[in-house]
Design a protein around this ligand. Structure first.
Ligand code: PLP
Length: 394
C-alpha cells in the first residue's frame, strides 16, 4: 500500500551485528601506516613475509600437475593428499586410517564443519582463555556460544579442571584445546590430556584439538598428537599454514578418532557437510604431498629464528626489572608481563605513537589480567632486537 509506513525489517542477521568501528589501536596503526613512517612490527606472524628461504622452484612445480586439468571430486579429499597426511602421523607413530581424514580449505573451515556437525544454534563449546582470537568469530557465525575455561599461570600454564568442569552445561558440545596454545605457547600435558579425555567421555563431549603449532617445540622434542586418541570422540586439526609455513595454500585437515559408533557417525555426517561445499581445490590437493615433504627445512629455519629471538629477548630483559616474559614451551609467540595495573591497551598505543613499535595488547587474547603484551618470535632478528630495545626504553 503506497504511503503506509511499515516497520523496517533489519537487512542483516543478528550474528553479523559486530561493532566494526576501529578501536584506538587499529586507528592509530592505520594513521601510522598512512604517514609512511617506518614501523617495527612485533606482531608479524605471516611466515612468507619473514625472510625464510622457501624451495620456490619445487613449490611452483608442485602446482603445475597435469592431473589438475581433470575434476575428480572426493568430499574427504583426494586419496593422494590424504595419504600424505596419514604419512605425517605415521612419522609420529600414529596410524591414521585414510577414511578418518577430511581435508579442508584452512583450519577455520575445519572448525566450521565441526561446529555444524556438533552444535545446534545456542549450543556451546568450551575454549581456553587466553587463546586464539578468531575462535569467537568462528563460533559466532555458526550461532554457537563460546564459554571460556581459564588457563592458570604458576611458573608455566596449566588447565584448571575445577573451573572447566563448572563451566560445562547441558548445552556444551565440545572442549577446544590448542596444543600448543596461541599465544601462551604451552602444550597440554599428557596427564591433562588423559584427564580431559576421561571428563569428555563421562560428560559426552567431543574434544577439538587444534595442533597447528604441534611441531614447533622449543626443545625440538616431538609431542603427542590427539590423533591417536581412541577413548573419546576427538577432532584433531592441522595444516600447511603453520607446519610448512604456507598459509596461502589454504590446505588443512582434520583427523577424526574415538570409539565406535560415534566416530563413524561423525565421519558420515562430515562427509555430507564437506560434499555440500567441495571447497578444496585440485591443484593444492595434488601439491600437498610435495608441500608437506618440504616441511623439515622450514621447521629448521623457524626454530632457529624463534630461538635467536628468544635469546635476544632474555638478554634484553636481564638488564631491567619492570618487564618479564612468561614461560613458553613452543609456538611462535611470547607473552610479556608489565605489572597488573598497567593498561595493556594504553601501553600498546603509546608504543605505537612514541616508538613506532606495534605489539598486541593482551586483551586481544582475553588475558584475565592487565599488563600483558603479546609479541611474535618469527620476525627478522634485527627488527625484533630494535623493536624490543624501544619497547623496554618506554
Ligand atoms: C591456534 C590457531 N589455529 C588455527 C590458525 C589458522 O590456521 P589456518 O591458516 O590453517 O586457517 C591459527 C592462525 O594463527 C592459529 O593461531
Amino acid at each position: 500500500m503506497a504511503g503506509v509506513a511499515c516497520p523496517l525489517r533489519p537487512m542483516f542477521s543478528r550474528r553479523t551485528n559486530w561493532n566494526l568501528e576501529p578501536n584506538r589501536l587499529s586507528e592509530a596503526l592505520a594513521q601510522h601506516r598512512a604517514s609512511g613512517r617506518p614501523l617495527l612490527d612485533l606482531t608479524v606472524s605471516n611466515p612468507t613475509a619473514c625472510g625464510f628461504a622457501y624451495a620456490e622452484a619445487a613449490i611452483l612445480r608442485s602446482l603445475a600437475n597435469r592431473e589438475s586439468l581433470v575434476y575428480r571430486p572426493d568430499p574427504r579429499g583426494l586419496l593422494s593428499a590424504r595419504s600424505a597426511v596419514a604419512a605425517y602421523y605415521a612419522e609420529r607413530g600414529v596410524a591414521v586410517p585414510l577414511d578418518s581424514i577430511v581435508l579442508t580449505t584452512g583450519t577455520s573451515e575445519a572448525y566450521s564443519f565441526i561446529l555444524r556437525l556438533l552444535c545446534d544454534p545456542g549450543d556451546a563449546i568450551l575454549v581456553p582463555e587466553p587463546s586464539y582470537p578468531l575462535l569467537g568469530f568462528l563460533a559466532g557465525i555458526e550461532d554457537v556460544e563460546l564459554v571460556p575455561y581459564p588457563l592458570v599461570y604458576e611458573d608455566g600454564w596449566r588447565m584448571d579442571f575445577r573451573a572447566l568442569e563448572s563451566a560445562i552445561s547441558p548445552r556444551s558440545r565440545a572442549v577446544v584445546v590448542i596444543h600448543p596454545n596461541n599465544p601462551t605457547g604451552h602444550y597440554v600435558a599428557d596427564r591433562d590430556a588423559d584427564r580431559l579425555a576421561a571428563l569428555c567421555a563421562r560428560r559426552e563431549l567431543a574434544i577439538l584439538a587444534d595442533e597447528v603449532f604441534l611441531d614447533f617445540a622449543l626443545d625440538g622434542a616431538p609431542r603427542a598428537s590427539s590423533a591417536s586418541r581412541g577413548d573419546t570422540l576427538t577432532f584433531t586439526l592441522s595444516g600447511l599454514s603453520k607446519l610448512a609455513g604456507l598459509p596461502q595454500m589454504k590446505a588443512s585437515w582434520m583427523v577424526v578418532s574415538g570409539p565406535e559408533p560415534a566416530k563413524q557417525r561423525a565421519l558420515d555426517r562430515l562427509e555430507v557437510i564437506a560434499d555440500t561445499f567441495l571447497s578444496m581445490n585440485a591443484p593444492v590437493q595434488l601439491a600437498l604431498p610435495t608441500l608437506l615433504a618440504l616441511r623439515p627445512e622450514f621447521e629448521r629455519q623457524l626454530r632457529a629464528r624463534v630461538c635467536a629471538n628468544l635469546a635476544e629477548l632474555d638478554q634484553q630483559l636481564a638488564g631491567q626489572s619492570l618487564c618479564r616474559r612468561l614461560k613458553i614451551e613452543g609456538g611462535w609467540y611470547a607473552v610479556l608481563q608489565i605489572g597488573e595495573s598497567t593498561s595493556d591497551a594504553d601501553l600498546a598505543l603509546r608504543l605505537l605513537r612514541e616508538k613506532s613499535v606495534y605489539v598486541h595488547p593482551g586483551h586481544f587474547y582475553d588475558f584475565s589480567a592487565e599488563g600483558r603484551l603479546v609479541i611474535s618470535l618469527i620476525g627478522s632478528e634485527n627488527e625484533f632486537a630494535e623493536g624490543l630495545r624501544r619497547l623496554l626504553s618506554l
